[in-house]
Design a protein around this ligand. Structure first.
Ligand SMILES: [Zn+2]
Length: 478
């Protein structure tokens, strides 16, 4: 491309301004002038604050960044790319943000269903984890989860599990973006003896990964205020502040927690955290099903990122989160799947749909929680809640190129009147065609490019067979 054409549309293309201002003539040959990627769509749903949607739009991507976005004709007049994702029956939008997961629990999918949270945790999940979870389990389970999430258009996830170095290695290799928690819990866990040990090991993990890969943010994951006491929560907060990293934590999830917090600390969970200045550290709070109006005000004032997990809350019967009230109060809210053992999949499209329907039926008001509101929670809102609002969550010039193409060719998309309505109320994870993270293709036309899916499936089945025979010996079928 020539300097003249670049300068002619500087209003559209922020980065061109630098090139024009520098006064240097591009000297490279045509080959070198090509940018990495152009992604085209019949519609480009940017999810920016103004809700901009381009019909027959395109995005220019180079070196992991969104260079330009606008009508496809303008983009293609300006740029040529090494690869172009075509627009036919394709909707382009930001990748989805899964704000709360325990990725490796894909390997425990379906081992213990239809149980209450504390029965499920204490009698099934925690014992099974101590017995089976090792770095190999975490590697295979996380690969399985990343495969499922990429297939479904998720580009960023906030994870909390054991052996976080292994999780980070999988994320580094499969190309996704993640905040990875070192779990802090005061009991014998697969990777630590108690709270002190898990904090010490967490510090080591965070130091190893803090500046290693821009796609990976290592954080602390204090489990909850019923698996840690106030002193241990304060110690985790201090370690996170010292290292300059956020935390993710389960907050106000169940009636059990509500009662436990009242009995043990003499106050409800969020007020407990506020009383120890826990929210001085940027906090991603999963669930928040039972906040009082006073606590909702604290969440808003302290910029706590709340992650709504409607499927998990329904399946474990934790309750219905007052998402409508929290949004009205200005709380930052994203959406998560929770682990596959309490969902039982990692499908954020289903999560969006249920987030909307659950609020509507709870209020007996179909006007609450519109399609646009939930789509925002799964993209820009989730990015803000996770502290990544400046870099991902919407398609805007200068942001990292985390982009998905959704195929609108299945019978359930015919006809299409309103793309936002279809994305939220119709689209399934199988409709996602291509996925780009940080400018790199992780899936092209439904072919996963960064994970050896055959190997992962074989390894997962072999490991699951071992788990199943041990469970049968304990009479904890299946
Ligand atoms: Zn969880």
């Amino acid at each position: 491309m020539t300097l003249a054409t670049r300068c002619s549309i500087t209003l559209f293309f922020l980065l061109s301004l630098t090139a024009c201002g520098s006064g240097t003539e591009p000297s490279a040959n045509v080959e070198d002038d090509r940018i990495d990627l152009i992604v085209k769509g019949d519609y480009v749903v940017t999810m920016d604050a103004a809700g901009t949607v381009y019909e027959q739009g395109a995005i220019a991507v180079d070196e992991g960044l969104i260079l330009a976005i606008g009508p496809a004709n303008d983009i293609e007049a300006e740029y040529s790319a090494k690869e172009v994702l075509q627009s036919d029956n394709r909707i382009v939008m930001p990748g989805l943000i899964n704000g709360h997961s325990h990725a490796a629990m894909t390997l425990l999918r379906g081992v213990a269903d239809d149980l209450a949270l504390m029965d499920w945790l204490n009698n099934y999940i925690f014992p099974a984890e101590v017995e089976f979870v090792d770095p190999e389990f975490v590697r295979i389970g996380t690969e399985l989860a990343c495969w499922e999430m990429i297939r479904g258009g998720t580009t960023t996830f906030v994870d909390m599990y054991y052996f976080p170095d292994t999780i980070a290695e999988v994320v580094e290799s499969c190309g996704m973006r993640a905040l990875i928690s070192a779990t802090v819990i005061d009991q014998r866990s697969p990777d630590a003896e108690n709270a002190d040990d898990s904090i010490t090991k967490g510090i080591g993990f965070i130091e190893r990964w803090k500046d290693r890969n821009s796609r990976i943010t290592p954080i602390f994951g204090p489990h909850a205020n019923y698996t840690l006491d106030a002193e241990q929560l304060a110690a985790t907060r201090k370690a996170a502040l010292d290292l300059g990293v956020p935390v993710s934590i389960h907050v106000s999830e169940s009636p059990f927690e509500l009662q436990y917090s009242q009995d043990t600390y003499g106050m409800t969970s969020i007020l407990l955290y506020e009383s120890i200045d826990f929210f001085d550290v940027p906090t991603i709070a999963a669930h928040v099903v039972w906040p009082t109006p006073e606590e909702i005000a604290v969440l808003a004032a302290r910029n706590v990122g709340v992650i709504h997990n409607p499927t998990s809350n329904m399946k474990i019967a934790s309750g219905i989160s007052p998402v409508t009230e929290m949004l009205a109060a200005g709380v930052r809210i994203g959406i998560g799947t929770d682990g596959a053992a309490s969902n039982n999949d990692l499908d954020l499209w289903e999560e969006m749909r249920l987030a909307s329907f659950l609020q509507k039926v709870d209020r007996m008001d179909p006007e609450v929680m519109s399609a646009t509101t939930v789509l925002t929670m799964a993209t820009r809102g989730g990015a803000i809640a996770a502290g990544l609002g400046d870099s991902v969550g919407s398609l805007e010039v200068g942001k990292r190129a985390d982009i998905i193409q959704v195929a609108f060719e299945d019978v359930h998309h015919v006809p299409t009147y309103d793309v936002i309505s279809h994305l939220v109320y119709v689209t399934d994870e199988q409709d996602v065609a291509s996925v780009v993270v940080d400018g790199k293709l992780l899936m092209r036309e439904r072919e996963i490019l960064t994970i050896d899916t055959e190997r992962v499936a074989a390894e997962a089945k072999a490991l699951a067979a071992r788990i199943q025979s041990a469970l049968r010996e304990r009479n904890q079928t299946p």
